[in-house]
Design a protein around this ligand. Structure first.
Ligand code: SF4
Ligand code: SF4
Ligand code: SF4
Length: 283
């Protein structure tokens, strides 16, 4: 384990013990209140924090169970070529998953969003960087890490890595302690400070996907409910034939995503932390 990773994992440990989540957990335990009334994740999967023994290196560790490891490739160049595409991906994802919209940034819930290149890739500095690249917004989401610190710090197994390598949420088990938010180095998780239904158009809900409740954490689920129906993730579908996004099994050498990875140079976010993101970017 290199020094940077050791330091990161130490910080996660400290956050867990003394960080923002601890008082919340304590309060919940003392008061006996449980804020979670949301329905279960669409798969109905429970617990099982697989992947905690992730290897310290490499990018193709097989998940426990099926041996699959779902991943994604995002071609940033294509989003520049089609400027409205990223907004459409966000719109579709949030509509399909009943993600509420709150204008106040402090209350914002996001599953997929755009962020400046320099924020997305803090470890990839370029001397005299191309201006276009620097000003480019990058579409980011949960990386469904192969070695996810959010899973490691969750005290209730409300967040867990499923048999296909997808990091899921079981809203029934979430006690709102936010340890996972402190543990995620990508800001990929949002906390429902308010009743999320207040930020939804109740006349246009997707009735096939659960709404959540105040006091639970949520994030991108790699469209696990759609995969179960034989569909691809909604954001990937929204990109059509542009080649802006690819999704598939990273452990299948014959998959399209493996071909794309082989033919293109890709980077991951904050690779030095050893989280082994399953989302790759063509810059
Ligand atoms: S990106 Fe964050 S929330 Fe997603 S699996 Fe990795 S550590 Fe967990
Ligand atoms: S998923 Fe819920 S219970 Fe688990 S760490 Fe996050 S906030 Fe706490
Ligand atoms: S994979 Fe699915 S849940 Fe994740 S950002 Fe794309 S549409 Fe949203």
């Amino acid at each position: 384990m290199d020094k940077k990773r050791r330091e990161f994992l130490k910080i996660v440990g400290i956050s867990t013990l003394a960080g923002l989540g601890a008082p919340a957990v304590f309060d919940r335990l003392v008061s006996g209140s449980h804020p979670v009334q949301a329905r279960a994740s669409a798969t109905g999967a429970q617990g099982g924090a697989g992947g905690q023994q992730a290897a310290a290196a490499g990018h193709s560790q097989a998940a426990a169970g099926t041996g699959k490891r779902y991943g994604m490739v995002i071609d940033v160049r294509k989003f520049k070529q089609y400027p409205d595409l990223a907004r459409e991906c966000v719109r579709v994802c949030h509509a399909v998953h009943n993600v509420p919209h709150f204008p106040d940034r402090k209350e914002e819930i996001k599953w997929i969003w755009q962020t400046p290149y320099t924020s997305a890739f803090t470890e990839h500095s370029h001397y005299y960087r191309d201006e276009d690249l620097e000003q480019n917004q990058v579409l980011v989401l949960c990386n469904h890490c192969d070695n996810p610190p959010c899973v490691r710090v969750c005290p209730t197994k409300a967040t867990f890595r499923n048999e296909d390598g997808i990091v899921e949420m079981d809203y029934h088990r979430c006690i709102g302690c936010r340890f996972c938010m402190a543990g995620c180095p990508y800001g990929a998780r949002s906390f429902n400070w308010r009743d999320p239904r207040q930020g939804l158009d109740m006349n246009n809900l997707n009735r096939q996907f659960p709404t959540r409740m105040r006091g639970v954490v949520e994030k991108c689920n790699f469209c696990v409910e759609r995969l179960g129906r034989g569909q691809i993730p909604a954001c990937v579908e929204a990109t059509g034939n542009t080649g802006a996004m690819y999704f598939g099994d990273l452990n299948d050498p014959d998959s399209e995503i493996r071909r794309v990875l082989k033919e293109n140079f890709t980077i991951q976010r904050k690779p030095s932390l050893g989280t082994l993101p399953s989302v790759f970017f063509i810059i």
